[in-house]
Structures are given as C-alpha cells and as structure tokens.
Design a protein around this ligand. Structure first.
Ligand SMILES: [Zn+2]
Length: 265
C-alpha cells in the first residue's frame, strides 16, 4: 500500500516524463525555438541577463550558506551573533595593536633619552684637565674655548653647566653657573655655584673684570705688563696689586688682558 506522499511523488515523476517527451517532439521544438526568437527580438540580452541574475541569486544564497556554516562551526546559532563576535574580536585586536605601538614608541623615546644622556656624560668624561695650586681643574682639551673665556662643546652647550648638572644637579631656568674661583677654564664642580646674571655682573665689578661696561679697571696697562713679566708668585703679586691671585694667573696665562700682554712675547 503506497502512502499519499509516494503517490504524489510518482504522479509528479510521470508528469515530468510526459512533459520531457512532449518537448522532444519536432512540433514542440519548433514552437519553443520560435518563442525564443520572439523574446530575443524584443530583448537580445534577455537570456544573458536572466542567467546572470540566476547566478547572482545563487551566489548570495551560497555565501549565506557558507556564513551560517562558519557561524555553527564556532558555536553560534545565527550569522548576526557570529559577525558581532568577529567585530568585537577585531576591535580588541586593534586596541591591542594600538597599545603595543604606543608602548614601542615610549620605549624608543626612553632609549633615545638614555643614549643622549650617555653621550653627554661621555663628552664630559672625555675632557682632559690639569689641577693647579688653587685646586682648579683647568681644561686642557676636549672643548672649544669661546672669546668670552667660557668653554663649549661642539653642540654649543656650555661645559661648566654640564659639569655642574652631572655633579650637583639641575640648573633652575634662568639661572647661570658662576665660578667661585673666577677662572672660566676651571671645571672643578666644587668651584661652581648657581647664581643669576646680576650676581655675575656684581662679581665682575668687584673683581674688576668688566672692562667693557664702563667701569675702571683696577690695573693700569703698565701694571698689567709688570705682572706679566714678573717672576714673583701669583699670591705675592695679588698682595702687591690688591687683586685676586686668580686674576694674576689669568693675566700670566693670557686669558685676560691679552691685547696688552701679547706685545711682550
Ligand atoms: Zn676653579
């Protein structure tokens, strides 16, 4: 005994066979061809477009089927949930990447700063100096001496400021580093103190070294020449002319009043 479903299936099958056989007859073939030509006459691209449409529809269906398959594979019941999951995953990864790049940048900057510091220290350590009677560390090489008497590195940074920074600490903005020994060739950290431009000017006036600012020098040209040529110690000469012994040494070394003493060479 056949079920209702089976009877229906058999009926559809028999019907399809009948239609197939009917379509094979020469009359039907000619009729179909005539119909086709009629359509093509109206629209030459009709079958081409119909094919294309069919392919596109199936493509969408296929893509959907694939998406659902993937969603189920990763334990999701529908495509939307799976896509939401993918989106979150992507955003998380993006955030992680951003953080990683930021950290790398920070690390690079830190390393650059450390290298810079290392080079600065090295530059200071490369300076050669002699120690004189006064305890001054007199620069021999490793720097560029300026007309002002102060030493700079190639970068233009003042040597005594770097020495102060690495031995004693930060220099507040607007402050300058003064030599208590009044010798700009000296880099003994113990002879360097923080001061202001005003302090420096006051110091210069007291020590008589501001020749260009309209103040009378303490020593005359004749006295400077005498000092330069004298065999007496700098301490004795300082007593005699009532100026600092450092000033005497600077005249003798030619770092001060060179315009007067150079004729004596
Ligand atoms: Zn000194």
């Amino acid at each position: 005994m056949k079920t209702r479903k089976e009877i229906d299936r058999d009926y559809r099958k028999r019907n399809a066979e009948k239609i197939k056989a009917y379509n094979q007859t020469p009359e039907r073939k000619a009729q179909l061809k005539a119909n086709q030509e009629k359509i093509l006459k109206k629209d030459p691209d009709y079958f081409k477009n119909a094919n294309k449409k069919w392919r596109e529809e199936n493509k969408e269906k296929d893509a959907l089927r694939k998406k659902l398959y993937r969603a189920k594979k990763f334990g999701f019941d529908n495509i939307e949930d799976y896509q939401e999951h993918i989106k979150n995953k992507r955003e998380l990864k993006k955030a992680e990447n951003k953080k990683r790049i930021e950290n790398e940048k920070k690390e690079k900057a830190r390393k650059r700063e450390a290298d810079k510091q290392e080079r600065r220290i090295q530059r200071v350590n490369n300076i050669k100096y002699d120690i004189d009677d006064n305890g001054c560390h007199i620069i021999v090489s490793g720097t560029n001496k300026q007309k002002s008497g102060y030493h700079q590195f190639n970068s233009g940074v003042y040597v005594h400021r770097e020495v102060y920074f690495f031995n004693k600490g930060d220099i507040p903005k607007g402050k300058i580093i003064l030599h208590t020994c009044d010798n700009s060739d000296c880099i003994n950290p113990n002879h360097l103190i923080i001061g202001t431009h005003k302090d420096n000017t006051q110091d210069m006036i007291e020590k008589g070294r501001n020749y260009n600012a309209g103040y009378q020098p303490k020593l005359t040209e004749k006295q400077i020449k005498e000092i330069y040529l004298s065999d007496k110690s700098s301490y004795d000469l300082a007593e005699i002319y009532s100026v600092s012994d450092t000033h005497i040494r600077r005249i003798k070394r030619g770092t001060r009043c060179a315009s007067i003493t150079k004729t004596l060479h």
